[in-house]
Every structure is written in structure tokens, then in C-alpha cells.
Ligand binder design. Structure first.
Ligand code: MG
Length: 299
């Protein structure tokens, strides 16, 4: 059975014919937020409805990393290698220090509670950019149903200055976000269709100039499902979740190919010994595939 679909010839050089998609673990409710720790040879990912963060160690298997997890969703690492997490249940972004203690990065804006931070990225200057849609407070499935106090915005927190600012406000449900390799472009998806069938379902791109974002045109619309989460490879291709697998989008917005996954994909990250393994969280399972690509994996 084919495990990929090339929509451009170059995609045939990105996949390896003898490196198929592998299901690493299954039996979860809805997994998201994979983040790779090369220094610990482990992947962390969230099983959101089960309120836990799981750990996958190649050759060993999975175990529980943190439970309860405050219904954590997206994760990344800051420039010092610390885990940065979006938590639906506590409606905050947190940082896990090297000694295991937790620091709150952001839990409110102008005196109002955040909704349910969803996904997060750290820029090279140490600022923490995150999306704050309302998914985690609309129902009790992935958090605690609660009243929405703020619109669904994209924020930038600067732990060095103790500030939190809105950077993008014209979204329905901002979700995944990632910078291009040189940080000159910020990609943000808008997945407004979960509670509104006519809502936005696209990825937008913004030119980054210091603290200023311009542009914001629709960059790409996946032809199946949603761009929930995505990461970039070292050539600036965007590898995004979609309804039928992982889609690879060129920096000019063209679909180059697809990794076909039998479950709806939520998010991905690169990892492994050469940053060439694509870890895929998809509904109830964790998958991976080795690619002939190198992901941007910081630090
Ligand atoms: Mg997400």
C-alpha cells in the first residue's frame, strides 16, 4: 500500500521507498503537541482528553511523563532547552524549569483570563509566541467548559521583560504557528470550522520585521481536513497536519506531496538522531517516518 503521494517530482526525493510510516503507539484519545528532546532521546506529546503528557523513547516505548497535565496541548522548547507548554485546563502557557518546577509565562491579558492556549513557538530572541483559540473552554472534553473572556488572538510573551502583547487579532481560531528558517516569515493557521462550518480553514503568512508583522494573505488551504499543527524543514518547506495525513507545502505555497496516515493528523515535529524523523500525532496514535529531510529543531 503506498504511504505517500507525490504532487511534485521533488517530493520523490524527500521520502525513502524503504522507510515506511510506522505506528509507534496507540490507544489514546486525541494526541497532539509532539516535541523532541534529542538530549534525552525522547519525544513528549499530549493525550489531551486523558489529561496527561506522554513520553516516547525509541526502542523502549511509551510511559507517562506528567499526569495530570492541566490538559496540556502544544509544546515546544525555549533556547535553553526548557519545555514550554500550552495548558487548556489552567488556561496558561507554562515553562518547566531544569529542576522540574513550573513557571507561568502567561495566563491573562489586561486582567482577563486567556482562553486555552493551543500551540507555541519560541523565537531566537527568546520571545514566546502562542495562539489562544477557545477550543479548551467550549466543552469539557479537552479542558473545563468556561466563559470566554478574550477574543481568540495570537500573543507574544517576553519572559525577559515580563510582558505579554497581542500580535494578531483578526483570526477566528488561531491554531498552529511556526517561523521560516530565517524567521522572516510567520505562518499561522486559522481553524474556525470546528464550531462554525463556514469558518476559516486556512494558513496565512506574515512578513516579520522585528516586532512588526505585515501581510497576512492566505498562504495555503489544505485540501483535506485542517492545518492544525506544522513544522518546517531546513529548506523552508512546511509539513502540516491534514485530514488524510501530512502535507508538504513549498515556501511558495504549493502542495509538493503527502504522507498518507490512516488517522486524522493533529500535529508533527522533527526529531531523531539527524532531525530527519517526522513524528506524527494522529487521533489515537503516534506515528513516525524517516525522511530524506532535516527539520528545524531548536535548540
Ligand atoms: Mg493545535
Amino acid at each position: 500500500m503506498p504511504f505517500f503521494e507525490a504532487h511534485d517530482d521533488v517530493f520523490n526525493t524527500y521520502v525513502l521507498g524503504n522507510a515506511p510510516l510506522r505506528q509507534l503507539a496507540t490507544g489514546y484519545a486525541w494526541v497532539e503537541g509532539p516535541v523532541w528532546f534529542g538530549d534525552a532521546n525522547q519525544l513528549l506529546f499530549s493525550d489531551i482528553p486523558n489529561n496527561r503528557i506522554l513520553r516516547y523513547v525509541p526502542g523502549v516505548g511509551t510511559s507517562v511523563f506528567r499526569e495530570p497535565s492541566n490538559y496540556a496541548n502544544g509544546h515546544t522548547r525555549d533556547r535553553e532547552g526548557r519545555l514550554v507548554s500550552c495548558e487548556h485546563g489552567s488556561r496558561r502557557v507554562s515553562r518547566t524549569e531544569h529542576d522540574g518546577s513550573i513557571t507561568i509565562i502567561a495566563d491573562s491579558y489586561e486582567g482577563k483570563k486567556l482562553n486555552s492556549p493551543n500551540d507555541v513557538v519560541v523565537k531566537s530572541d527568546g520571545t514566546i509566541w502562542f495562539t489562544d483559540p477557545h477550543y479548551g473552554i467550549m466543552t469539557n472534553y479537552e479542558g473545563y467548559k468556561a466563559e470566554q473572556e478574550l477574543p481568540c488572538h495570537v500573543y507574544r510573551a517576553d519572559p525577559a521583560r515580563g510582558t505579554i502583547e497581542t500580535v494578531l487579532i483578526d483570526f477566528q481560531c488561531p491554531n498552529g504557528l511556526a517561523f521560516s528558517p530565517d524567521e522572516s516569515v510567520l505562518y499561522v493557521s486559522d481553524t474556525g470550522t470546528m464550531f462554525d462550518p463556514d469558518g476559516n480553514a486556512h494558513m496565512r503568512s506574515f512578513k516579520v520585521d522585528g516586532d512588526t508583522l505585515t501581510g497576512g494573505d492566505v498562504f495555503h488551504v489544505v485540501d483535506q481536513g485542517k492545518s492544525d499543527g506544522f513544522r518546517l524543514d531546513s529548506d523552508g518547506n512546511i509539513w502540516t497536519s491534514a485530514g488524510d495525513g501530512v502535507h508538504c507545502i513549498s515556501p511558495s505555497g504549493d502542495l509538493l506531496g503527502k504522507i498518507l496516515v490512516p488517522e486524522t493528523v493533529s500535529n508533527i515535529c522533527f526529531g531523531g538522531r539527524a532531525k530527519h524523523e517526522l513524528f506524527i500525532t494522529a487521533t489515537s496514535s503516534l506515528y513516525s517516518i524517516i525522511l530524506n529531510r532535516e527539520g528545524i529543531q531548536r535548540p
